[in-house]
Design a protein around this ligand. Structure first.
Ligand SMILES: Nc1ncnc2c1ncn2[C@@H]1O[C@H](COP(=O)(O)OP(=O)(O)O)[C@@H](O)[C@H]1O
Ligand SMILES: N[C@@H](CCC(=O)OP(=O)(O)O)C(=O)O
Length: 284
């Protein structure tokens, strides 16, 4: 069985959806057709008996669109206000769409402190396990309304690529899928360098690959860029979580990846390193 076919047997999957994959580029508003496909894909993975955790960006982008702000908010208070409005709208739509498949969406909002503090981290782990045991589908996002480097103890993760990898490590997920606006990892930013070559499988994430993520975010709504996705891959590898970066332009890619078909860049994990993970959480 090749490395892609082994993905069929994954039991607990974290799927991160970037803002650029959930919204119309022109208006920034939610792409409801894509969201319907996304929820159907996730509901079917759940129906296959797999645990599914969604890390969904989009709160700021959706809030900005709802309030008619044409530019990406730069002031902290404006960004947090957009996140507050957008997160509520995003969860309403997730709950409505999941209910159509008789599934229950649950909201989990986290700050970096949740992961740093031993007690809150253990509470979060227990909450995820209870939600999954109850058959719910947790929809996770950073608590942007309070997460900020300006407020002590609620520092921000900064991006949902990192958050999704930490959630995968926390919950012992064996698979992490990052859906973006690009097919996967290239030797350089293909939106800048037309000679950039696609990378199919990364067996060991070393400096050679990490260097490839130097380019910035390519979309008007994205935050993470490739650098944060490679940082996420480092966390996933240490957590024993295989990871795929794939293009979220067509969410049907989710079941194709889980069927072991050749989509996205596959990052192979190492054996889970509990000691290393503990140190990582404590030093976030
Ligand atoms: N080596 C690389 N391979 C692929 N994409 C890269 C690379 N370097 C930079 N990028 C940029 O990263 C972008 C994806 O990150 P981002 O814009 O934050 O989207 P999202 O957060 O929605 O996934 C791509 O559109 C691309 O422009
Ligand atoms: N928490 C923020 C998303 C931050 C983020 O990582 O965005 P993205 O790069 O689009 O995945 C929001 O919901 O708008």
């Amino acid at each position: 069985m090749n490395v892609r076919e082994k993905l069929k047997d994954k039991k607990r999957i974290v799927i991160k959806i970037g803002s650029s994959s959930l919204t119309h580029q022109e208006t920034g508003r939610l792409d409801l057709i894509k969201m319907e496909i996304l929820v159907r894909e996730l509901a079917d993975l759940h129906n296959q008996g797999k645990d599914v955790i969604v890390v969904s960006s989009g709160a700021i982008a959706v809030g900005r669109a709802v309030m008619g702000l044409h530019e990406k908010p730069t002031k902290l208070a404006q960004k947090q206000a957009c996140a507050s409005i957008g997160q509520a709208r995003l969860m309403m739509i997730y709950q409505k769409l999941f209910a159509e498949y008789n599934q229950t969406a649950a909201q989990v909002l986290m700050t970096k402190y949740t992961m740093i503090n031993d007690t809150t981290r253990e509470n979060a782990r227990n909450t995820f396990n209870s939600l999954l045991e109850m058959g719910a589908i947790p929809v996770v996002n950073e608590n942007d309304t309070v997460s900020t480097d300006e407020i002590q103890y609620v520092n921000t993760f900064g991006d949902n690529d990192t958050l999704s990898a930490l959630v995968a490590a926390l919950t012992g997920a064996d698979m992490l899928i990052l859906l973006s606006d690009i097919d996967g990892l290239f030797t350089d930013d293909p939106n800048v360098n037309p000679d950039a070559r696609f990378i199919d499988v990364v067996e060991e994430l070393d400096k050679h690959f990490l260097e490839m993520g130097k380019g910035s975010s390519g979309s008007s709504v994205g935050t993470g860029g490739m650098a944060t996705k490679l940082a996420a891959a480092q966390i996933a590898a240490a957590a024993g979580t295989d990871m795929v970066i794939a293009n979220g332009c067509d969410f049907h890619v989710i079941h194709k990846i889980m069927q072991g078909r050749n989509h996205g860049t596959l990052f192979l994990s190492r054996d889970r390193d509990e000691t290393g993970l503990q140190e990582m959480f404590e030093n976030l």
